[in-house]
Design a protein around this ligand. Sequence first.
Ligand SMILES: [Fe+2]
Length: 156
Amino acid sequence: MRRQKKVTQHFLQLSKEHVIIWEHVDKLEKTLQAQPATGAVLELIEALCEDMAEHFAIEEEVLFPAALMGLSDLDVVDDVLTLSKEHGYFEHDFAHLREQLAGMDAAPPLPQEDSVRISHILLSFRQHARLETESLFRQMDESRECGKILKGLIVN
Ligand SMILES: [Fe+2]
């Protein structure tokens, strides 16, 4: 039997707004503009990945199922499938990036082509989060059924 994940209201709200994720992305983007050392970028990516894994888990185990059950709309199903698939792409891209940066000297500046590649991933990440916050989660906030389902998943 599937064990349902439980979250606090506060944590769920932070996750819906992507607050923690934006902090990582902003910091990483700002750092990339200043020709950082490879090791410094790797550290930031590792911190991002740690919180991203938890963030994705909340979305996949709490928010997406609540959206599918509460909104019961084919466009929503399509969005959830797309978003879930993109989670897999990001996990793959970041894992590959970590492996690559970990194999490089930490002190020299990050090569420009790697900086550009990371910026592209971060841009896709922002677009992905925009679909969630501006479309899916907004529809969920307006749905009484989703509210009821989520209420049942919240602990104090
Ligand atoms: Fe997501």
